[in-house]
Design a protein. Structure first.
Lengths: 293, 472
């Protein structure tokens, strides 16, 4: 191991990594990788990142860039969602923002927040047939990662409807809206046009190096065009390696229920969904850095 | 103050053509070095020539005009009221005769010593700082910022010349305490964390913030680290945490440069004052009482449809008026986080980072920079290396430190623990003195002067690490 951190832990089990050159100082705490996706214990060449980690980073960055530009298969996703037992009876609505393509989308967020004329007309026609509106509309929006949408939408909605489907009185749900080249606020446009009380936006978040597949949720009560983030509640990082579907669904339902009762969302609606959990405060901040033997 | 009044419109004759600018806001916007956010807002110059002419026109504007022609009306904006009501005429006097162009010359001159720059601070408004920055080259922004010394303190002393601090940012996508502790350990062993140990929580509520605040406080106390902690949650959440008895060191808030921006963030100046008073009442600082941590970034006002027709850099500078009202320990411009619609590529990010650092320092703020980019921007690690180096030369107060540049919770790339050590070695920049002494005491640095890390795992961390991974 050459200049490896010399103090051995226990029996100094040999690292599974191939031996490095003398120029690289390995970090014994690289084993913390078992507990986090963060790039801890990379070791160092002098004080710089060793070659193998430098190149691994460059590859991840290249993949993330590619992920931003992958197109969402709305039709395929809709077919998959409509086969679920909770699926609304009405056919899904395929919508598009005013951003014609990804290049414009990236430079004009204002276009991504509004429906294009055809989509607006589609919703207005639907609303004319259902003037009474809905309790909730769910908008599935590609955002910056179509991968996040394709991977997480169905399992999350399965988890959400396993709670939401059992409520009395039952929630009336609008047809599923699938949106291409959309941003969070496009949900408000949809909410307003469908005369829905509440909108839940599922959107692909900015891809990270370790998480090209992260889904975000945004809840707005009485969404209207022009609403700012102060009117929204957010649940982030929903993906297999992040916040799991059941937990995300539990939090989302809590917010939906509170929003419906208080008739508001955003800063004034605090997420207290964890307050009733039994937490042993004596150990709730316990971690290996401060735990005693 | 009447924008339609003809004496406040600007004209410049070039050969046989005359360029006109509707008002000061229009002139400021068109004089701004090119960036995507101003194109998005529809306020940018239409051509390179128009931009250059706007800069020449702006250079002739007297600084005094910024006290008369208000870019956002006094009546509708509490930040304008703050800027005007707090303006110190006596401090302004030594520069009151200058134009924007003359102000640039003065700042670069030997008249503008560090002492003099400290003296005029309360007389400089954000709009004056923004205006002069627009006609300054990158090297001008660097060399003047370097002369602006801003010292703050809580459990250590931040901002001394020749020093660079780091925020240890141990974010985790599920706020898992083992994951957070792993990143904290990694950062500490790479000599990071003197500015603050600051977590962006994945789940943003009072209970979670309290849990994370307690966890960081436990670690800081256990290892007697001369640093401070912060959970980057909404100011109203932190206030609740304090009311419930949580050990809060610093109060965080994202701030913008117009009242409407801050409305969109869900707070106002009174909220900040209340939270500052609450944090001060805890008396947790040992060497100072700067208890606020603010984050800013060009583009936030436009993002909230709250830019009042101003360019994004002028809005950003106005946010610094909010910051300096509350004597922060740290202010961080998160320069590349907002995305390519505001700062398109590495060149625009670099320029914005230098502008923000300069304006912040000129106005007296402990200005740090999150040297960063997202995966949908036209930027990469080389751009970050360049900006980090430039900011290090400029005397930047602090930068971020994160394992391997990869924030696994916020999904962007910022400077790594390694990067901070690079800046120290390349530029000879030391951590806060109290923290530096701790690094020596703990055996993290083998040689503090040469920034040489110990080959050995420091004793204090042997047992906890062994507890977790010893059996593997």
């Amino acid at each position: 191991m050459g200049t490896d951190d010399a103090k051995n832990l226990m029996d100094s089990t040999p690292s599974s990594e191939p031996p490095s050159s003398e120029a690289v100082t390995e970090n014994i705490w690289h084993k913390l990788n078992a507990f986090t996706d963060a790039r801890v214990g990379l070791g160092r060449s002098g004080i710089s990142v060793p070659t193998k980690h430098l190149l691994a980073f460059q590859l991840a960055h290249a993949q993330a860039i590619d992920a931003v530009h992958t197109h969402l298969d709305s039709k395929g996703l809709a077919t998959q969602l409509m086969a679920q037992d909770w699926a609304p009876q009405s056919a899904p609505l395929f919508l598009h923002s005013r951003a014609a393509d990804r290049a414009i989308y990236l430079q004009r967020p204002d276009y991504g927040r509004r429906l294009d004329d055809e989509s607006a007309r589609l919703l207005d026609e639907h609303q004319a047939s259902y003037p009474q509106g809905y309790d909730l509309v769910i908008a599935v929006v590609d955002g910056l990662s179509s991968l996040a949408i394709e991977q997480n939408t169905q399992p999350f909605l399965n988890a959400l409807f396993s709670i939401l489907g059992n409520q009395s009185p039952s929630w009336t749900i609008a047809p599923l809206c699938l949106v291409e080249q959309g941003r969070v606020a496009i949900g408000d446009d949809i909410c307003e046009r469908l005369n829905a009380k509440c909108v839940l936006v599922l959107i692909g978040e900015r891809p990270g190096l370790s998480s090209p597949d992260s889904l975000g949720l945004y809840l707005t009560w009485g969404g209207k065009v022009g609403y700012t983030d102060a009117y929204r509640n957010c649940i982030s990082n929903i993906r297999p390696a992040g916040l799991n579907y059941q937990e995300a669904a539990r939090k989302a339902f809590y917010l939906l229920k509170e929003a419906k009762q208080l008739k508001l969302s955003g800063v004034k609606l605090k997420d207290r969904s964890d307050d009733d959990l039994v937490i042993d405060t004596g150990h709730s901040t316990r971690n290996f850095l401060t735990a005693s033997d | 103050m009447n924008h339609s009044d003809s004496k406040f419109s600007f004209r410049y004759t070039l050969g046989e053509r005359t360029f006109g600018f509707v008002d000061l806001a229009d002139l400021m916007a068109k004089a701004t070095p090119a960036r995507s956010g101003d194109r998005l807002a529809g306020v940018a110059a239409q051509s390179a020539e128009e931009r250059a002419v706007a800069q020449m026109t702006l250079a002739d504007v007297p600084l005094k005009l910024f006290l008369e022609e208000l870019l956002v009306p006094y009546e509708v904006d509490e930040i304008t009221r703050l800027i005007i009501d707090d303006h110190d005429k006596q401090a302004f006097f030594p520069i009151s005769h200058l134009t924007v162009g003359g102000f640039r010359d003065w700042l670069l001159s030997d008249l503008a010593t560090s002492e003099m720059l400290t003296q005029i601070r309360p007389g400089v408004t954000p709009e004056m700082a923004a205006a002069v920055s627009k006609i300054m080259r990158n090297q001008d922004l660097i060399i003047v910022a370097k002369k602006c010394h801003v010292k703050t303190a809580f459990r250590n002393t931040i901002g001394l010349p020749g020093h660079l601090s780091t925020r240890l940012q141990p974010n985790h996508p599920t706020d898992d305490l083992t994951g957070i502790a792993a990143s904290m350990l990694d950062g500490l062993l790479y000599a990071n964390g003197d500015a603050v140990i600051g977590i962006n929580p994945a789940t943003d509520n009072v209970q979670q913030a309290t849990r994370l605040i307690k966890m960081m406080d436990d670690v800081i106390q256990h290892y007697e680290i001369p640093t401070q902690s912060c959970v980057l949650t909404h100011v109203t959440n932190t206030l609740e945490c304090i009311e419930q008895g949580a050990p809060v060191d610093l109060v965080f808030q994202s701030i913008g440069g117009t009242q409407a921006t801050n409305d969109s963030f869900g707070f106002n100046l009174a909220n900040l004052a209340e939270a500052q008073a609450a944090a001060l009442s805890l008396k947790r600082g040992t060497v100072g009482n700067n208890v606020m941590y603010f984050e800013t970034g060009q583009g936030s006002a436009l993002s909230a449809n709250a830019n009042h027709g101003l360019d994004q850099q002028t809005c950003e500078a106005r946010a610094y008026a909010v910051a300096r009202k509350f004597s922060p320990l740290l202010v961080n411009t998160v320069v590349g986080f907002i995305g390519p619609e505001y700062l398109y590529d590495g060149k625009e990010i670099t320029r914005a980072g230098l502008e923000d650092h300069f304006c912040g320092k000129l106005l007296g703020l402990p200005m740090g920079c999150d040297v960063c980019y997202t995966n949908h921007a036209q930027a990469d690690q080389n751009d970050m290396d360049n900006l980090l180096t430039l900011l290090g030369v400029a005397g930047c107060t602090f930068v971020m430190g994160i394992p391997g540049s990869d924030d696994i919770m916020l999904n962007y790339q910022t400077t790594s623990f390694h990067d901070a050590l690079y800046a120290r070695r390349a530029l000879g920049l030391k951590p806060a003195p109290e923290f530096d002494a701790w690094l020596a005491k703990m055996g993290i640095f083998k040689n503090n002067e040469q920034f040489v890390l110990n080959q050995q795992l420091p004793d204090a961390f042997y047992k906890p690490l062994n507890r977790l991974i010893g059996g593997q």
